[in-house]
Design a protein around this ligand. Structure first.
Ligand code: PRX
Length: 575
């Protein structure tokens, strides 16, 4: 149902996508190429399109970035300032010998230098990689080694975490510290005039490591043309208008922060808010109020945490500026959608996509009725389907693999140094997402779950294998099986089943010993892998269910944990 046609007065601003069905039907990617600015030689640059192109327009002196940290330090930067600082950093990186195609990784909290650096790397044609600031040595090593990063941009505090791995990273030529006065002086004296690299639309722009069921995290690589999908979805789904102030609560260590805090959103010319502090309901409402945020893109765990802090708290703030609320990353519960209406007078709009898809693929739009609990409909330019394992489309209402017809601009270009893995994502002409879902007769998609063992905890994607590998590094552990356990607040929490060496397992009757060991193992994973990827629950077991070939059957661990039937166990060696 087209709400806009039905009742225009419901809208403060005419939505950018006023007629979903028509735009979807008539859509042709070639017709929207003009949304970007192309160089005369038919080349583009995503960072130039995000920021520098606005300098020729009324947006030159408009605030692009309002930054605030936990202590209350506030900074702001216009589009012109963003363009100039990133050009200076780009020139500085060139003096370090950074060439086109080199990997430059950024390991920073959400401070302005993260944004400047990301833009700088793209502007000189190098490939930017982001590293979540909660990562520790194992996670950092895997990513920096696989990508063969040449330069790492970080700060003196986070750089400590590289001490034990630096000698194992021969390709890493330099660690740049943004809080080092020498770096700041070098950047200050660099020229603002930078030759922006003219890139082929297919040239690599940025990469992100993400987790699957098995093996190390894989480097998902996106091309410069990805900004076309990001721009268009920022316009149609986030419904960004020139006059908007927009807040995306994601960290650019994850794809949402890159696509909708840097590339797609700035390409639409909006003023963005970045808050670098920890989650806190009062502080979040204060930010929504102080900056008069109009469009707010967040995650279901955050919405559930806000819900838990009560509706009365929201009502203390003047949030009259809010026009459009959205969420991504994990299933958005119907209660959360309804609570949005109660607390903010408008529902959260669920959106579905992945690191690999580079931009929103399925969404709820301001103009369409929301079927509460559904992820919505495919964005214009994308064909979504539910297919069986052979790539045949299934009838409406049947559960199957959620898939997308391949070839949209922000579909990943490769998996770094693992092209066979990349190919394994495709069946016939479908990109297969790894999610299970179904489609109703009106074309709305409904999420069921992952087809694999990938864990989503507070919206963040964690591979069980990475956590298991970290656990077995501990001297007490023989082996470990890790699953996502459903959790009302975080969606899932990480639960580990651990087999101990006999000298430890024989002491488990001592409850103090048992509890201390659990704590020690959680801390161990946190400090080796990542602050967010540690098991909140640990259970010591005598053995793990395994296939005859020795693979740990996480499916069985999960079924047992949830009290569900364990299914076929005939191929199991140990059970
Ligand atoms: O399982 C789906 C879940 O998050 C996965 C992708 O995670 P990631 O690559 O980290 O990207 C997250 C942000 C773009 C998906 O395979 N997911 C994402 N959005 C939703 C979702 N699950 C249910 N509903 C959603 N709206």
């Amino acid at each position: 149902m087209d709400i806009y046609k039905k009742n225009k007065t419901l809208f403060k601003l005419a939505p950018n996508l006023a007629d979903y069905d028509k735009v979807y039907k008539d859509f042709d990617w070639e017709k929207v190429y003009g949304e970007l600015e192309w160089f005369e030689d038919h080349k583009i640059n995503a960072a130039y399109n995000a920021v520098d192109r606005h300098l020729k327009t009324h947006r030159k002196n408009k605030v692009a970035l309002f930054f605030e940290d936990e202590k209350g330090d506030k900074q702001k930067y216009t589009f012109e300032e963003l363009a100039n600082i990133s050009s200076k950093i780009g020139n500085y990186l060139k003096t370090l010998g950074v060439d086109r195609g080199d990997r430059v990784f950024i390991f920073l909290p959400r401070i302005p230098y993260l944004y400047f650096s990301f833009l700088a790397v793209l502007k000189i044609g190098a490939i930017a990689g982001t590293l979540f600031s909660a990562f520790y040595e194992d996670a950092l090593f895997d990513r920096l080694e696989n990508s063969q990063a040449k330069i790492l941009i970080t700060n003196s505090d986070l750089a400590q975490r590289l001490k034990t791995i630096r000698h194992k990273l021969p390709h890493l030529q330099k660690i740049v510290l943004v809080d080092d006065p020498k770096f700041q002086t070098e950047v200050a004296k660099s020229s603002e005039s930078l030759h922006i690299a003219h890139m082929d639309p297919d040239d690599y722009a940025f990469m992100l490591y993400t987790s699957g069921t098995t093996g190390k995290p894989k480097g998902v690589v996106h091309r410069h043309l990805a900004i076309l999908s990001q721009h268009l979805t920022a316009k149609y789904v986030l419904d960004l208008h020139d006059e908007d102030t927009y807040w995306c609560t994601a960290d650019p260590g994850w794809v949402t922060g890159i696509a909708y805090e840097i590339l797609g959103s700035w390409s639409c010319g909006v003023t963005s808010v970045v808050y670098s502090g920890r989650f806190d309901p009062q502080r979040w409402y204060q930010i929504l109020q102080d900056y008069k945020v109009n469009v707010w893109y967040t995650a279901p765990t955050a919405v559930r945490m806000l819900m838990a802090s009560g509706t009365q708290l929201v009502k203390k703030y003047n949030l009259g500026g809010l026009r459009h609320l959205l969420s991504v990353g994990e299933p958005l519960n119907p209660e959360a959608v309804r609570w949005g209406i109660e607390a903010f007078g408008r529902p959260f709009h669920d959106t579905w996509w992945q690191t690999e898809t580079g931009a929103i693929c399925i969404a709820n739009y301001p103009v369409l009725d929301i079927k509460i609990g559904s992820m919505g409909k495919p964005v214009p330019g994308l064909i979504a389907g539910i297919i069986d394992d052979k790539g045949n489309e299934m009838t409406d209402g049947m559960e199957g693999n959620l898939a997308l017809k391949k070839g949209w601009p922000s579909m990943m270009k490769t998996i770094w140094h693992r092209h066979v893995k990349y190919e394994s994502y495709f069946v016939k002409d479908w990109y297969v997402s790894g999610d299970r879902a179904w489609k109703d007769k009106d074309g709305y998609f409904w999420f069921i779950g992952r087809a694999d063992d990938v864990i989503k905890t507070s919206g963040e994607r964690v591979g069980p294998y990475e956590v298991e590998s970290a656990l077995v590094e501990h001297p007490a552990v023989i082996e470990a099986g890790v699953i996502g356990k459903p959790d009302a607040l975080r969606g899932e929490i990480i639960k580990a089943f651990v087999v101990l060496k006999p000298q430890y397992s024989t002491r488990l009757k001592d409850l103090n010993f048992l509890n201390d060991l659990k704590e020690e193992l959680s801390r161990f994973v946190k400090k080796h892998l990542a602050g967010h990827a540690y098991p909140r629950e640990i259970e010591f077991v005598d053995k793990l269910p395994k296939t005859r070939s020795g693979k740990i059957m996480r499916r069985i661990l999960k079924a047992r944990e949830m009290g569900l039937p364990v299914g076929d166990t005939s191929t199991l060696e140990e059970y």
